[in-house]
Design a binder for this molecule. Sequence first.
Ligand code: PHE
Length: 362
Amino acid sequence: MKIEAENINFLDTIEAAQSVEELEQARVGLLGKKGEVTHLLRSLGQMNDEERKLKSPQYNKLKQTLEEAIKEKREVLVNREIENRMDSEWLDITQDSREINTGLIHPVSRVTEEIVSIFSDLGFSVAEGPQIESDWYNFDSLNIPPDHPARQEFDTFYINPGDDNGNDSISPNVLRTHTSPVQVRFMENHGAPCRIIAPGRVYRSDYDLTHTPMFHQIEGLVVGEDISMSNLKWVLIEFCKAFFELESIDLRFRASHFPFTEPSAEVDIRCSWVENSLVVGKGDDWMEILGSGMVHPNVLEAAKVDSNKFQGFAFGMGIDRLAMLKYGMPDLRSFFENDMRWLKHYGFAVEKTSNLYDKLSG
Ligand code: PHE
């Protein structure tokens, strides 16, 4: 009788558990090492045979009953907990997702990549040079001696370290005014023949709609024993067709003068302004995109290349100008103002190739 009463008591403890945790506490209290029922089972050892015969089956039955009750109760509680969670933790799939701020590729970086990839297809490799350049590489080696009037045309930023006594007779460094010094640096190190492009930053004291004090150029240099002006023309036309994604392109080769090329030509591309955007290939306007020519023998000699054996062509293009033209951006100055609205509008998503081009033509 007693055991049955206890049995009910024990079952009540199990029934009272409101959570899996409480149930576990109840189980430990009953069947754990120091549990009440475990204690009962242990007490069998102290009993005489007769008593043990009577109690043993009862206790074991009790243990079994409780174990089953716990198992059942656990299932009920686990299910209830799942239901509770499903009621309280719900997801509103109609809600707008949180805005994710990813960075964009600046048009200049993007266009540099495009240009490099087109020239790679034409067999050019990429070279680099320093932005703080010596007087020699920026001017002298390029056939521009100190008293040459062309030095004035470049609006150069000079960096003159002087010495500790304020003596500034030391030949100054400059912020390179063009990427042409890379021509000489490359030939000095690698000799001829060669076929390279050299993209990078250049600096001139100039500021208006199409000029900023820092801008980007890409230099091209091809030197060999049999290189002519017609090779130059072909390379530039092929490049422009690929870059602007046009079947044919209207380029104007205008006779010009650079101390480091002879003959020299500036190249303009046909374009027009439509609703404050630049459109390439149509219209009556021309935009200058590059300077070019046959490398002057003095430049080859400055780079220790035999000018009797080798000749070559070179060009220097404005990367920012090309970006303005391709993506219809009217003001060069906004390129470098770091205005988030401008960057968001003209920037390129990392995974997309020419989203702006699609926007413009679509
Ligand atoms: N360096 C010239 C400039 O910046 C461009 C140029 C490069 C011209 C190579 C001829 C040959 O204007």
